[in-house]
Design a protein around this ligand. Structure first.
Ligand SMILES: Nc1ncnc2c1ncn2[C@@H]1O[C@H](COP(=O)(O)OP(=O)(O)OP(=O)(O)O)[C@@H](O)[C@H]1O
Ligand SMILES: [Mg+2]
Length: 314
């Protein structure tokens, strides 16, 4: 499949900021893909999406969408993309239909075409039967879906969804997932940002893990998880623990990597559960106590932890 989005060394430094918020992002999204941006608060996800939607001018770098240059062909770019922003922007007292008609006019739609597109968009997000109800009577998840419908009105090729499930109940969340999957099956390319690793893992063909304005890993969720090896064991250990124990643990079969900082031992192993038994034996034989114990299953959260030393969510 050809690339529909290509970003080359995008940089954004906000005026007055001492440092750039996005620091040289390069990636390509293939047509028909659900591509994920996974990263913690402040990673630069919204800033990147805002640049790709022509709302923010990059400080450096370039990008194309469906072959159109972001900076020199921005009106073409805007026709190709639908943006569903992180913050809801709906008129509470207006019906879903009237909200969408308003957004459709902003996109330059009118008359029977506008009416048809509003109907189609409402159907796509499963809200056609609530079309005439005021948005203020909707649940958080339903409002989100109206927001998604607004991004679909002009029939874009690529949809940018910026954390569409924040503040949404589990049922609506599932409904949003199903909507996104159905739209994708019909050929829509999706850029999906989230700081929930479960969402990236479930929805996205490939995921770029972003931290501090940089992509620190990019691959299929499966490959990212496999790159970790197995799981990670976290052991609390006494500060005066003999160093020789660390190297003994390092030399256990299955152990791939050991870190030792501030009374904590992080052990990456092919089979975390099985390795734990041998680790505990090492400590017992040396008569050193273990103060805490945690096994982290291999998932995208653990990948992030492994790459950055931080958790995705605090
Ligand atoms: N208008 C602005 N002016 C100055 N700095 C900004 C502005 N918008 C964002 N930033 C900074 O840029 C960095 C990236 O922010 P951004 O909103 O892109 O992150 P994010 O990954 O979308 O985070 P979140 O998950 O919280 O939405 C942050 O440090 C933020 O404080
Ligand atoms: Mg954001």
């Amino acid at each position: 499949m050809p690339n529909i989005v290509e970003a080359d060394q995008l940089v954004k430094q906000y005026p007055g900021s001492p440092e750039p918020s996005v620091r040289g992002l390069s990636f390509a999204i293939q047509q028909g893909e659900i591509f994920g941006f996974l990263g913690p608060n402040g990673a630069g996800k919204t800033t990147t999406i805002s640049m790709l939607s022509c709302l923010l001018k990059p400080t450096e770098g370039s990008a194309t969408i469906a072959g159109f240059d972001l900076i020199h062909q921005s009106s073409n770019v805007k026709r190709q993309i639908g943006l569903v922003p992180q913050d809801l922007a709906l008129y509470p007292t207006l019906s879903a239909r009237d909200n969408l008609s308003f957004f459709g006019r902003v996109y330059g739609l009118k008359g029977s075409e506008l009416r048809q597109r509003v109907k189609d968009a409402l159907e796509m997000v499963g809200l056609f039967d609530r079309a005439n109800d005021a948005v203020e009577t909707f649940s958080g998840g339903m409002k989100r879906r109206v927001n998604i419908a607004a991004g679909l009105l002009h029939n874009p090729q690529v949809l940018f969804l910026d954390e569409p499930t924040v503040g949404v109940d589990p049922q609506s969340r599932n409904f949003i997932f199903e909507n996104v999957e159905a739209l994708n099956r019909d050929g829509l390319t999706v850029l999906y940002t989230t700081h929930y690793m479960e969402e990236a893992q479930r929805l996205c063909g490939r995921v770029a893990i972003i931290d501090q304005g940089q992509i620190i890993a990019l691959d299929t969720p499966k490959a990212l998880i496999e790159s970790l090896g197995g799981g990670i064991i976290h052991l609390g250990v006494p500060p005066e623990m003999p160093k020789s124990l660390v190297s003994e643990v390092e030399h256990l079969p299955d152990v791939q990597h050991v870190t030792h900082t501030d009374g904590k031992l992080g052990i990456t192993a092919q089979h975390a559960q099985r390795t734990l038994v041998s680790v505990i034996k090492v400590f017992n034989d040396a008569d050193v106590s273990i103060t805490s114990l945690e096994i982290l299953e291999p998932n995208l959260e653990t990948v992030f932890l492994h790459l950055t030393g931080k958790r995705l969510r605090n």
